[in-house]
Ligand binder design. Structure first.
Ligand code: NAI
Ligand code: MG
Length: 499
């Protein structure tokens, strides 16, 4: 951290793949890029090299106050407050078009700032576009009901927006989480103050520029770069923010809920951690199952809240699956995110790298067997080889705790009962999968697993139309789909006395 004297509001960036563009570096408040009130800035690091690539302006509580005031004015008094729902939807559609026009730049920023493989980053931007269009389509289809009680009254409900919404997002899908949050909040007519993760501020700022270009009135969408303990905490406890949506660690999720309780009882939705089971029965198509195990854990370098990090294989095919999976894991191309062939890029930061490697060491100490990986990849940046631990027992911490990296724990199960018991042996409940050729096995397991998503013969196949969220300690509320609209509206009942 240092003074912003040397940090401009915009800077020409040239990325490793030759993409050149103008990167906004300021805070996006009331439709303009500005410096922070306290004049602070923080470093942006390229995780593929560990090098500092620049600085962005930093928001503190004082900037959150300014952004919230702008969002509140926009909500109650600005053109947004009078805009038709169809026009609101149209703005989201325009924003989606701008994402499409700028897909290469946006994907390149993600690969640069987060370290993810460019092929996955392009997929992320495609999903952002889908999500923004989906909610653009919802904007003029959100309405209440007429409820008949007796002949002396006429009653109806309205689905009203909540007001200023605070949104705090993580670094694993910087732009996709941005779109998941902005899409439904805006479709419902709210205004937002969104804080990006300190590890990955660049994409959200570029997207803020696109919001301005799309024509969102000032104050409707405010994007802040900053840290959790300062700017994030100020959002969670703000008296004028009436809803907070958070994606990140379970630890911080608890703090957000506490801050909401201790301030103004703002509505809270949380999308938190997981330790999701991926269950393979002996009647599954083994080659396909192995593909999904691989994709389930190594997609996004394992930095996925829904990662299939606990793999349970029926004992009769256990050895065969381990052999096939070992081979498959070793063929994943790890390395330079800008290489189109790369599947697994860098972990996001040194801290995450160290955290994951400490779990790898712990797994070894706990007595699990390293089948492949278990070490650093290359000599610079934060790359880790795809790692498979077998002989993992239920009491081991690598079987219980979220590692959030390319590390998979495999164990055996006997039958359906055993698979379900093991699958459910966690306080989390975000996602799960079952691989089987039997429809009745698939349905029984899907019905009895305690998780917000159950994939059958697939993994990580999220879609903006499908609700996503957690049972248990994996969260509160659902994102995506029509469900997400509930997070951003409140019901008003109007009852008219006709007598
Ligand atoms: P984190 O939960 O600290 O960070 C997520 C977001 O919360 C960031 O924007 C951060 O600035 C903000 N934040 C942090 N402390 C806050 C506070 N007191 N008040 C308000 N906002 C706050 O997660 P971190 O430290 O980056 O990663 C640690 C672990 O969390 C990971 O290893 C992983 O297990 C889990 N995680 C889960 C994610 C998910 O998608 N569910 C995403 C990121 C991390
Ligand atoms: Mg970064």
């Amino acid at each position: 951290m240092s003074s912003t004297a040397s940090v401009p509001l915009f800077q020409k960036f040239k990325l490793p793949n030759g993409v050149e563009y103008e990167q906004p570096l300021g805070l996006f408040i009331n439709g303009e890029f500005v410096t922070g009130k306290e004049g602070k800035a923080f470093e942006v690091i390229n995780p593929s090299t560990g090098n500092v690539v620049g600085k962005v302006h930093e928001a503190t509580a004082a900037d959150v106050d300014i952004a919230v005031d702008a969002a509140e004015t926009a909500f109650y008094d600005g053109p947004w407050s009078k805009m038709s729902s169809a026009d609101r939807g149209h703005l989201l559609l325009k924003l989606a078009d701008l994402f499409e026009e700028n897909l290469t730049i946006l994907a390149s920023i993600e690969a640069f700032d987060n370290g993810k493989a460019i092929q996955l980053a392009k997929g992320d931007i495609g999903a952002c576009i889908g999500c923004l269009r989906y909610y653009g389509g919802w904007a003029d289809k959100i309405h209440g009901k007429v409820i008949e009680t007796n002949s002396e009254s006429f009653n109806f409900t309205k689905q009203e927006p909540i007001g200023v919404c605070g949104q705090i997002i993580p670094w694993n899908f910087p732009l996709l989480m941005w779109a998941w949050k902005i899409g439904p909040a805006i479709a419902c007519g709210n205004t937002v103050v969104l804080k990006t993760a300190e590890q990955t501020p660049l994409g959200g700022l570029f997207a803020a520029k696109l919001c301005k270009e799309a024509g969102f009135p000032p104050g409707v969408i405010n994007i802040l770069s900053g840290f959790g303990r300062t700017a994030g905490a100020a959002i969670a406890s703000h008296m004028k923010i009436h809803k907070v949506a958070f994606t990140g660690s379970t630890l911080v999720g608890r703090q957000i809920m506490k801050a909401a309780a201790e301030s103004n009882l703002k509505k809270v939705t949380l999308e938190l951690g997981g330790k999701s089971p991926n269950i393979v029965f002996e009647d599954a198509d083994i080659d396909r199952a192995v593909e999904w195990i691989n994709f389930g854990i190594y997609y996004n370098a394992g930095q996925c809240c829904c990662a299939g990090s606990r793999v349970y294989v029926q004992e009769s095919i256990y050895d065969k699956v381990i052999e096939a999976f070992k081979k498959r894991a070793q063929t994943n191309v790890v390395g330079n995110p800008f290489d189109e062939a790369t599947f697994q890029g860098a972990q996001v930061s040194e801290a995450q790298y160290n955290r994951i490697m400490s779990y790898v060491e712990l797994g070894k100490k706990e007595g699990a067997t390293v089948e492949v990986g278990g070490e650093r990849h290359g000599t610079e940046g934060y790359f880790i080889k795809p790692t498979v631990f077998s002989n993992v027992t239920e009491d081991m911490r690598i079987m219980k705790e979220e590692i959030f990296g390319p590390v998979c724990a495999i164990a055996k199960f006997k039958d359906v009962e055993d698979a379900i018991r093991k699958g459910n042996s966690t306080t989390y409940g975000l996602a799960s999968a079952v691989h089987t050729g039997s429809l009745s096995t698939a349905m029984e397991v899907a019905n009895r697993l305690r998780a917000g998503t159950v994939w059958v013969n697939s993994y990580n196949t999220l879609h903006w139309a499908l609700p996503f969220g957690g049972y248990g300690e994996s969260g509160i509320g659902r994102e995506l789909g029509k469900e997400a609209l509930r997070n951003y509206t409140q019901v008003k009942t109007v009852s008219i006395n006709l007598s």
